[in-house]
Design a protein around this ligand. Structure first.
Ligand SMILES: Nc1ncnc2c1ncn2[C@@H]1O[C@H](COP(=O)(O)OP(=O)(O)O)[C@@H](O)[C@H]1O
Ligand SMILES: [Mg+2]
Length: 362
């Protein structure tokens, strides 16, 4: 097992495009780190640099306290699982898993033991080991790809969107399996996904990437409770956080959430932001129904989604056309055109600088 250390890692492609702008992270031995961000933000580039499939054009990369910038992939003691599985179609499942071990020069009995052991962990039957990849379902193929990584007993697992090709139900099932597997094997893992739910449920820590820059590095709860930027705030959480354009009052003591409705900030307020525009974020699950409260805002309902366990109510406030989503557990009987009184409480708001988009600490 090993730690992975990235020190100011950068990537400029030969065409001059700078895909990674200096990433720092210490992945602990046994940790599960998830790299998450929208398509094209540089996740695969970063992972492929760790794997040795792309050159590192700046900074220092360490695996297990050894600088590996120029070490070839096969010497890095890593195993990678790809989105398209990259299985050999003409080989049996057994041989797909054994192939890398043969190349490593292991004995037949050692190979057999490792393949059988991995098959056991992944619940692949002896009969399935004799099949060709095309004779397996998508989920089984994914297991074979994982098996091929496990048999190598690497120090580090690298995953690049391994579940993207599976249907929704299977994706959830495999997600749970990967989490269980990583916990039981305790192998340092770096996992790339664009899916924030996958990221939140799998990672001990998440690194949110945006155009090759780290927006935030933290535990799922830290990112949910204290997003460092508007980008993270809108990316993490489903449905996404509601964002209102508002301003801080002239005395800096409150935030104006609507005409004549201010929310006291307390703690001395934000004198530096007095009279300035800010973005106010509040999650759909934190908007409350407030019958009879003075500080409530009337939400004009435009659409209602009944999910069973939850109800999502979409609408907007008064003349302000900003779209808002309210999430209520259980069923809520309301229809488009209704006006629902909604309240926003001080402890549930997030404020962001309108210019820099960074979080404003209260
Ligand atoms: N070989 C390459 N040459 C130039 N630009 C590339 C190359 N590969 C990827 N890129 C660019 O680098 C950026 C990051 O790509 P990638 O790491 O694949 O993103 P992600 O995996 O997050 O979707 C994208 O803008 C992509 O177009
Ligand atoms: Mg990618």
């Amino acid at each position: 097992m090993a730690s992975v250390k990235l020190d100011n890692i950068q990537k400029t492609y030969p065409n001059g495009f700078k895909a990674i702008h200096g990433v720092d992270v210490d992945v602990q031995d046994g940790e599960f780190l998830v790299l998450v961000g929208p398509s094209g933000c540089g996740k695969s580039t970063l992972l492929r640099m760790i794997a040795g499939l792309e050159t590192v054009t700046g900074g220092e990369l360490e695996i297990g306290d050894k600088v590996v910038n120029d070490l070839e992939p096969s010497k890095r003691d890593i195993a990678m699982v790809f989105q398209n599985y990259a299985l050999y179609p003409h080989m049996t499942v057994y041989n797909n898993m054994a192939y890398g071990l043969k190349i490593m020069g292991l004995s037949k009995s050692e190979i057999d033991e490792r393949v059988k052991n991995a098959a056991g962990i992944l619940e692949l039957t002896d009969e399935q080991l004799t099949r060709k990849p095309r004779e397996l379902s998508g989920g089984q193929r994914q297991r074979v790809a994982m098996g091929r990584a496990i048999v190598r007993k690497p120090s580090v697992f690298l995953f690049d969107e391994p579940l993207s090709n599976l249907d929704a139900k299977l994706r959830v099932q495999m997600r749970v399996e990967i989490k269980r597997l990583q916990e039981s094997l305790g192998i340092t893992s770096i996992y790339v996904t664009h899916d924030q739910v996958e990221a939140m449920t799998l990672g001990h820590r998440l690194m949110v990437l945006n155009s090759g820059v780290v927006e935030q590095l933290g535990t799922p709860i830290e990112l949910y409770e204290r997003p460092a930027s508007l980008f993270v705030a809108e990316f993490i959480g489903s449905p996404a956080m509601n964002i209102l354009d508002t301003k801080i009052s002239e005395d800096g003591e409150s935030v104006d959430i609507a005409t004549n409705i201010g929310l006291a900030l307390g703690n001395g307020g934000l004198p530096d932001y007095a009279g300035k525009k800010v973005k106010l974020g509040v999650r759909p699950e934190h908007l409350q129904l407030a019958e009879g409260s003075e500080n409530s805002l009337p939400l004009t309902v435009t659409l209602v989604e009944h999910l069973g366990a939850d109800t999502l109510v979409h609408g907007h406030f008064g003349e302000d056309e900003t779209d808002m989503t309210v999430r209520r557990s259980g069923t809520l009987k309301t229809v488009p055109g209704d006006k629902l009184p909604i309240s926003i409480t001080r402890e549930n708001i997030h404020l962001f600088d309108a210019e820099t988009s960074r979080r404003i600490d209260l």
